[in-house]
Write a protein that binds this ligand. Sequence first.
Ligand code: F58
Length: 791
Amino acid sequence: MTAPELRDAILRHLTYSLGKDAGTATVYDWRLALSYAVRDRIVDPWFASTKAAYAKQSKRVYYLSMEFLIGRLLEDAIVNIGLLDEAGEAMNALGQDLTTVMLDEPDAALGNGGLGRLAACFLESLSTIGTPAYGYGIRYEHGLFKQSFFEGRQQEAPEEWLQQVHTWEFERPEAAFQIGFGGSVKEQGGRMLWSPDEAVVATAHDTPIIGWRGRWANTLRLWEARAVHGFDLGAFNRGDYFGAAEPEASARTISRVLYPDDTTEDGKRLRLKQEYFFTAASLRDVVRRFDSEYDDLSLLPQKVAIQLNDTHPAIAGPELVRILHDEKGMALDTAIETARGCLNYTNHTLLPEALERWSEGLMGDLLPRHMDLIRKIDEVHAKEYPARTVAMVENGDVKMGELAFTMASHVNGVSALHTELMKETVFQELHALHPERIVNQTNGVTPRRWVLSANPRLSSLVSGKIGMNWVDDLEQLKELEPLAEDSGFRGDYDTAKRSNKAELSNWFAKTHGVKLDPEAMFDVQIKRIHEYKRQHLNILEAIALWQEIHDDPNGDWTPRVKIFGGKAAPGYYFAKEIIYLINSVAEVLNNDPVTSKYLKVVYPPNYNVSLAEQLIPAADLSEQISTAGKEASGTGNMKFALNGALTIGTLDGANVEICDLVGPDNFFLFGMTEPQVVARRADPEHAANAIAADPRLARAIEAIRNGAFSGGDAERFKPIADDLSGKDYFLVCSDFTDYWRAQREVDAAYRDSDTWTRMAVLNTARSGWFSSDRTIRGYMSDVWRASSALA
Ligand code: F58
């Protein structure tokens, strides 16, 4: 398609799809018109892909995930169909700026963090590779809350992405399933029959996901909950206007919000309903598609691979057994085997508080037949493995990890270290019984979004040297390695980074009124706020550095801007205290006439996918400082390394693999290893000892305690100071001294700009393995036994 053809297509949509005239069209109108014109180019390859998968009788991959953190889709689509230049020209010809129009798109935040973003990267890679696949999830009316700060504290407001027309989806009223809850189970003619006493309708909304070079497109199918009988006319005519609309409002609650607060009984019930709602609708769709092609259910595992993204869809085990056994009449043992043949499970965390458990009472009340089947599955397993001691139901709770594991062909970890720890900790016994089941698939990220689109300057520099094929095969970045010794290339690489930093500084000035010096080191920590991720270690180091600069204001300090980004779960008290502390420290440091030229702290609110796309290409230093053993993998760490930010990090999650690949000389490693963490924690005096041994640490904590960041109010940050000097479960104090040492090495390295750039180039050149294309190929060969449908 040429630019003039695209321009005409945009004008046609503006006129005939939107009923707008070019003279009065707003940026929103132009964005919609452009999106429709681009979408038109995706529909044909999408149909062709669907038909090819049927014609080839391909095995299909079904990725079940409560979260898809897709962000904006317009640029992805334009880039993947190769129309970026044409779109720029076409918009110019129409008197519009492409970037402005693309930035008008709301950021679809149907996820919390890494787990949801991983699902989005996987969808893009599946389409790029040409694997016939569907993503299945929930079409939340409200995605992750919008974060703002009021006097330094996090405020939450509802996210409203669907207030605008969502241009990428197609509603499929014909693809709808009734999903039941509650009721009872009776025997009828030798079969168990579940009669729910409540039902909602799941309606499908399809979004095509186009792969790189536009060769293949898969579907993201998101379910919306609707009432079976939407409107009670009788009630309305009796004057009960609210009552008349109640069935619809109540059904829609299920797809209303991402991750409802589950600290109350009602919240727990709603969350479990959401899980069953989307899992059941997806499985019915899978079985319907299978039935339309084959008439032998024993073929199911050959034709269907289902990936459970964490335990949120783990009810898929009993649900598939219910369909096969209760509905299709398969013998129970065979049904369990067949279901297991299709199912696989990815674990994303070892934190005990994050492992899902549902009370037997709630499960039995909401899903009585599933509760029976869970007990049956456990019995069958126990009979087969009499040595087993860990039961699926413990102290009145159903353990979803055990259920998912027992019903899966493969269980995977998301980094090498995490996978080994899974074997040693949460799944120790199950692993001993099923030593082949746990496999590793280290996470990856899509290079189309995270390098090509997000960092055009670096991308064109790379393509100018090694051609464009790195976008298809990221390990080709290795060819850049010799260029690390080429001063001309290093100069260009440095220029690209500086330009990204200057652009970010301008954005900060415009949107937040802060001036950042692009010559300063941009030190970035962006991720959910969590104690194990240790944003408080980072801010503690900032405090200690601020104090040290005050001691020697004429010293030779390396200017730095610490950039934080991330949201805290609304009910996570301590994480919110950390946010408050960071903002309060920022207030003091940024207004300090002595130190602020050397050290600033900024925390733009509402960190999301789009902000990550801006921050990562401009980062010099990537903070990956979790307590060893706690971060399952990380994916931000990979995005930073690819974009030439050096990592300061612990031996945790995929940091281990990053450090291995880029080389320890190009990575600022610090802190205890996982076994050292376990040993240190056993000493109840660990924090006190660490503080006694490091006066710098003692002084920084003392400043928090005595009100230096709270206008003298010693009460305000007492909980943080007390935690640090008391329990300090995540060992901030014990790792502080080595973190400080590593940070000073960072300072020294940054002052030698040429050496720094050399290290950065090597990070880019050696991080190609972290493409999600590689990860998906790993799942295809080791887990799904699926292949690409592209010849
Ligand atoms: C993340 N988990 C891991 N969970 O923390 C991270 O190390 C890993 O790289 C990533 O998964 C992908 O494997 C994560 O993001 C969640 O967001 C939960 C979702 C359900 C509610 C609680 C948070």
